[in-house]
Write a protein that binds this ligand. Structure first.
Ligand code: NDP
Length: 317
């Protein structure tokens, strides 16, 4: 039987090239869960996806109502669900004031973390019905979640504090998970720590009882994607060159997509609770390894608190 994977943010960058590899190399049917449908159809055609290899469904991860609506629409397709790839993200380094979701939550944290948190929880039962012996949930991480790594040392560093902002309801005047002043770059990094904590907590709560494999990864620095579209134009020009020639961390969208697709589909990645990396300096044919996550992202107490407060914010508790 053909397997089905849902990919959020499959209209661009890593998600688009993961879709390509999952269709062409692994023979999956890909549900492209995207906010811009015209763009999604266009890029799928441009990359030559056969028309029966994908389905486009609308989702806006920056709106919890839209996430619930997506789950309904997906169920109406009657497709099985064998894997979920949580990939969509926004990075808005130049914002002066926070943007808000319809619920009034800060938008970077909502899009990258809360929307995916709700999506994972709602789709657990669909994944459990999969006929695949090893259904999977893969959540994109990043090196900048981890100040122990060279790529994560540049300030501002992520810091969830004691989740004071979540505890206070995360609406105005709060915009940061730690309840402190709005800092858009930190909001992105904090959301990525939450992505890793979510993966680890999903593993702890549900791996044994469901058989689902939960994992996360850093595919390398994909400095050319649209993720950096909201940065200064000069940064967009220099960052890929810096990563190629100075740090050696540069990875093409194509290679990053293949790595992500492997974690979704290849037998050797069936290790629940793992965070995969190919290291920071890229070498040809570099093998992946399980990497330790940052101290905050491996803090079990924090994971539990983050889980409970996120569940309240998305209306699951
Ligand atoms: P892109 O900006 O190229 O892709 C992001 C995708 O998310 C796009 O498809 C975008 O849709 C979608 N998206 C954004 N907001 C929403 C929303 N509200 N609802 C639905 N979809 C949305 O970025 P990348 O490919 O670089 O990033 C993908 C993932 O990889 C992210 O999780 C990122 O953190 C991670 N990552 C990236 C690295 C890099 O160096 N680029 C390094 C490590 C991790 P649209 O096309 O409509 O804009």
């Amino acid at each position: 039987d053909q397997k089905t994977v849902i990919i959020t943010g499959a209209s661009s960058g890593v998600g688009l090239y993961a879709a390509k590899a999952l269709i062409q190399k692994w023979g999956y049917h890909v549900v492209m869960a995207c906010r811009n449908l015209d763009k999604t159809y266009r890029v799928a055609q441009e990359l030559g996806f056969p028309s029966d290899s994908y389905t486009v469904l609308p989702i806006d991860l920056g709106s919890l109502g839209s996430v619930r609506y997506f789950v309904q629409a997906f169920r109406e397709t009657k497709k099985p669900l064998d894997a979920l790839l949580c990939n969509a993200a926004i990075y808005m380094p130049l914002l002066k004031e926070p943007l808000r979701s319809p619920e009034g939550y800060e938008l970077t944290m909502t899009t990258n973390h809360l929307g995916h948190f709700l999506l994972c929880n709602l789709l657990l039962e669909d994944l459990q019905r999969s006929s695949s012996p090893e259904p999977r949930v893969v959540i994109l991480g990043t090196v900048t979640h981890n100040p122990d790594e060279l790529g994560g040392k540049i300030p501002p560093r992520p810091d969830l504090g004691n989740l004071e902002g979540f505890e206070a309801g995360f609406v105005e005047p709060h915009s940061m998970i730690d309840g402190k002043k709005f800092e858009p770059v930190k909001a992105y990094k904090d959301s990525k720590v939450c992505n890793v904590l979510t993966m680890r907590e999903l593993h702890r709560r549900y791996h044994d009882s469901t058989g689902i494999t939960f994992s996360s990864l850093y595919p390398g620095c994909v400095a050319t994607t649209a993720l950096f579209r909201n940065h200064y134009p000069l940064f967009q020009k220099l960052f890929p060159l810096f990563q190629k020639h100075i740090t050696g961390g540069f990875v093409s969208e194509e290679l990053a997509g293949e790595r992500v697709a492997d974690v979704v589909a290849a037998p050797e990645y069936n290790q629940s609770g793992s965070y995969w990396s190919w290291g920071n300096r890229q070498k040809k044919d570099r093998e992946s390894f399980v990497q330790q996550v940052s101290p905050q992202a491996r803090d079990d107490e924090k994971a539990e608190k983050m889980w409970d407060l996120s569940a309240q914010l998305v209306g699951l508790a």
